[in-house]
Ligand binder design. Structure first.
Ligand code: BES
Ligand code: MN
Ligand code: MN
Length: 476
């Protein structure tokens, strides 16, 4: 009798245990800790572009590795590179099972100009249900969802796939050391799909999946006039002013239809099909709200395309910074010797970053007028990538989001770049799916970057659903 009662109690306990360990309930019970752990991560200023922060960036890698160990990942290692390290970890429950590789980045963009932040960039602050901090959405808040989703699956006994984590520290500076690392570690990084949360959705009630990343060609130009700065009264009007000339040259890079004038720029551009355009046209979008949000009185872009098409599916050329001469307080009458600009070109399939850089360089040299010389220095680049909507990775992400948002997500094209994605597909021969939970209005790379607590928790809830659906679809 005692025995029976004991068994009965044990069974009840087991049921209670199973009930308790439902993933959503686990998330709900642990959400405060999930948030405070993210805050700890956000306090580390891992600015990859600025070597003054190298110590913090390295500390961030160690911090991430510790968190991966804590949730039960094996073979956690900090892989040194010529630049910032890559953090790796894996859980192989059975080599015959499906393997999902999670990629993310722990580095962030510089926070400057800091005076434009309402709260300090590396002191996470919650306001109106949003976490304000550099990296909150891009990408610490998003990759950390995967760490906590993994914890949730382990703790609730619902992990049915192998998992590999690869979190790098150089995404914001072009991932130049990650490519060689991937090529050298193909076997180790082998997986059935690469899952990334580093993109945006249309809105919290309009879930979407980014199916198109743009490529990038990034160059710096230098225009040199006279061999030294001159008195602008004594020499002005008689000697070419590189600042004036750089402005003219840049102005000429677009025609009146806002088409890019670089010779051959559009040669390999894959035009949007009628079907693509119809799909993009279905995305809920208010031009009025867009203008109001940005405090602009009109939108500007390539003739013949909508704002959504311009912002995600068409190639662009933009000055990201321009300087030269005197920019300090007050005035100094000077005719500068040199002028500079940093220029980004966002590319679409099938443009090639290297080809575009070459075309730009040739064109920019060709349009230099007498009286100046120009120098073009290429920075990092990356190739565009597309996720087919009829692929298993897309379908699995779509089903996962439908489970948790109650709505089928729509395919969109975000416009940003994640240079390593095309390389993953080419070198690791593995499909990538971009299941991001941010919003374009999260202020990525801007002051007051933020990430919704709703989005963070929704991501943690959705990721295990992806594992489930991907595994099921793959077996089907
Ligand atoms: N997460 C972004 C890319 C992104 C943002 C894609 C929003 C789609 C929607 C990523 O961290 C990023 O900022 N990439 C850089 C690339 C780079 C080489 C510095 C970019 O797009 O400027
Ligand atoms: Mn990112
Ligand atoms: Mn970024």
């Amino acid at each position: 009798m005692n025995n029976l009662m004991g068994i009965n109690r044990a069974l009840k306990g087991l049921l209670y245990f199973r009930f308790l360990m439902n993933p959503n309930e686990y998330i709900d019970q642990n959400k405060d800790r999930f948030l405070s752990e993210l805050f700890d991560l956000l306090r580390i200023p891992s600015i990859s572009a600025d070597s003054a922060y190298d110590e913090h960036t390295a500390r961030c890698a160690t911090h991430v590795a510790e968190r991966l160990k804590e949730v039960g990942l094996d073979k956690v290692s900090i892989e040194q590179t010529k630049g910032h390290p890559i953090v790796y970890g894996e859980k192989i429950i059975d080599p015959n099972l499906t393997t999902i590789l999670v990629y993310g980045h722990y580095d962030v963009q510089p926070s400057s100009p800091d005076e434009l932040w309402d709260t300090p960039p590396f002191e996470p602050t919650v306001k109106d249900g949003k976490i304000y901090a550099r990296g909150a959405a891009d990408d610490k808040g998003q990759f950390y969802m995967h760490v906590k989703a993994f914890e949730t699956m382990v703790k609730t006994g619902t992990l049915t796939c192998n998992v590999k984590f690869m979190i790098e520290g150089e995404e914001e500076v072009g991932s130049s050391n990650l490519g060689p690392y991937c090529i050298a570690n193909k076997e180790k990084l082998k997986s059935d799909v690469i899952l990334i949360s580093d993109t945006s959705m249309v809105a919290n009630d309009v879930p979407s999946i980014d199916v198109g990343l743009r490529g990038l060609s990034y160059v710096e130009v230098e225009v040199t006039g006279p061999n030294r700065d001159l008195h602008s009264g004594v020499y002005g009007g008689a000697v070419a002013n590189p600042c004036n000339i750089l402005c003219e040259m840049i102005a000429g890079l677009h025609d009146e239809d806002k088409r890019i004038t670089v010779d051959g720029f559009y040669d390999n551009v894959l035009d949007l099909s009628d079907e693509d355009r119809a799909a993009l046209d279905k995305i809920p979008f208010s031009e009025e709200a867009y203008k109001e949000d940005l405090a602009i009185n009109g939108v500007v872009g390539e003739k013949g395309y909508s704002t959504i098409e311009r912002a995600g599916s068409r190639p662009t050329l933009d000055v990201n910074g321009i300087w030269g001469g005197y920019t300090g307080e007050g005035s100094k009458t000077v005719l500068p010797s040199k002028a500079y600009a940093k220029i980004s070109m966002r590319l679409v399939p099938n443009q090639s970053s290297q080809e575009i850089t070459e075309k730009f360089t040739k064109h920019f040299n060709a349009i230099a007028p007498a009286g100046v010389t120009v120098k073009v220095t290429p920075h990092h680049g990356g190739e565009p990538a597309l996720t087919p909507t009829d692929s298993i990775p897309f379908k699995a992400a779509s089903a996962a989001m439908k489970d948790t948002f109650g709505k089928e997500p729509i395919p969109t094209r975000g416009g940003g770049s994640i240079p390593i994605v095309a390389l993953f597909e080419k070198e690791l021969e593995t499909k990538v799916v971009l299941m991001g939970f941010g919003l374009d209005s999260d202020g990525l790379h801007s002051p007051n970057e933020h990430y919704g607590i709703f989005n963070y928790l929704k991501g943690i809830e959705t990721i295990p659903r992806f594992f489930h659906h991907f595994d099921a679809l793959k077996k089907a």
